[in-house]
Design a protein around this ligand. Structure first.
Ligand SMILES: NC(=O)c1ccc[n+]([C@@H]2O[C@H](COP(=O)([O-])OP(=O)(O)OC[C@H]3O[C@@H](n4cnc5c(N)ncnc54)[C@H](OP(=O)(O)O)[C@@H]3O)[C@@H](O)[C@H]2O)c1
Length: 211
C-alpha cells in the first residue's frame, strides 16, 4: 500500500519504518527538507522517500497524521484537497495544560481533524500509548497481542487500518464511530499521566480479553 506520513517524530518515525519493513511504500511529506527529524527518519530505513507534501499525499492511499495537535491545522492546510476519499489515520492527541484534554472535551481532536479535511476518511489509531510502544510492541511473555483500539465512521477504512495494525503486531479493536475518539484520547491521557507523571514503566499496554 502507498502510505504517506505528515509528521515523523517520536510516533511517526517508528511507524513509518515498521510499515516500510512490512512491505508498504512509505513516503515522508517533507514541508522542510532541512528538518533534523526528516533526516533522522530517512536514516532509519533506506526505503523511505521524502516528497513535497502535496506530492506525498497525492500518491498515497493512506496518510498518517503524526504532528503536534497544535500543528494539525497548518499541516493539513495545503493538502486537504488531496485527501479526498483517502484514509487519514489520526495519530495525534490534543493535550492541554496539566495533561488534560486539549479541547476541553468540547469535541475530540479527530472530529476537529475531520472538519479540517471533510472528504477524508478519518480513522483514529496508533494512539493510546507512548511512542515507546510504537518503537517496540513485543511482549513475548504473553500469548496475546497488545490491543490497538481504533475508531472512525468509515467501516472499510477501519478494516484497512486494522490490517496495518495487525501487520505491525497489534490486535486491532474497532471501538466504534469517530465520536469514540474523545474516549480514546482520554485513554492516551490516562497512559501518559500514569507514565510521564506517575512514574509507571512505559512498557505498559492494554490487552483485550474476550469470553
Ligand atoms: N510522543 C508520544 O509518546 C505520543 C503518543 C501518542 C500520541 N502522540 C501524539 O502524536 C503526535 C506526534 O507526537 P510526537 O511525539 O511524535 O511529536 P514530535 O516528535 O515532536 O514530531 C512531530 C512531527 O510533526 C512535524 N510537524 C510539526 N509541525 C508541523 C506542521 N505545521 N506541518 C507539518 N509537520 C509538522 C514535525 O516536523 P519537523 O520534522 O519539521 O520537526 C515532526 O516531524 C502528537 O499529536 C502527540 O500528541 C504522541
Amino acid at each position: 500500500m502507498k502510505i504517506a506520513f505528515i509528521g515523523y517524530g517520536n510516533v511517526g518515525a517508528p511507524l513509518a519504518a515498521h510499515l516500510q519493513n512490512a512491505g508498504h511504500a512509505v513516503t515522508l511529506a517533507a514541508a522542510d527538507p532541512g528538518s533534523t527529524k526528516l533526516q533522522a527518519a530517512l536514516a532509519r530505513h533506506s526505503g523511505l522517500r521524502a516528497l513535497a507534501p502535496v506530492d506525498a499525499v497525492r500518491e498515497a492511499e493512506a496518510v498518517f497524521l503524526a504532528t503536534p495537535f497544535l500543528a494539525v491545522e497548518s499541516a493539513l492546510a495545503g493538502v486537504a484537497d488531496g485527501l479526498a476519499g483517502k484514509i487519514l489515520v489520526d495519530c495525534t492527541n490534543p493535550v492541554g495544560p496539566g495533561l488534560k484534554h486539549g479541547l476541553g472535551n468540547a469535541e475530540s481532536g479527530s472530529e476537529m481533524i475531520q472538519r479540517l479535511a471533510p472528504s477524508a476518511r478519518v480513522v483514529k489509531a496508533f494512539t493510546i500509548y507512548g511512542f515507546e510502544n510504537f518503537e517496540d510492541n513485543a511482549y513475548p511473555a504473553y500469548n496475546v497481542k497488545p490491543v490497538m483500539m481504533l475508531c472512525g465512521k468509515d467501516g472499510a477504512a477501519k478494516e484497512t487500518v486494522s490490517g496495518l495494525a495487525r501487520e505491525l503486531g497489534w490486535e486491532p479493536l474497532d471501538v466504534g464511530g469517530l465520536e469514540q475518539a474523545l474516549h480514546l484520547e482520554h485513554m492516551t491521557l490516562l497512559w501518559v499521566r500514569m507514565v510521564r507523571m506517575g512514574g509507571a514503566s512505559p512498557n505498559l499496554v492494554w490487552a483485550a480479553l474476550r469470553r
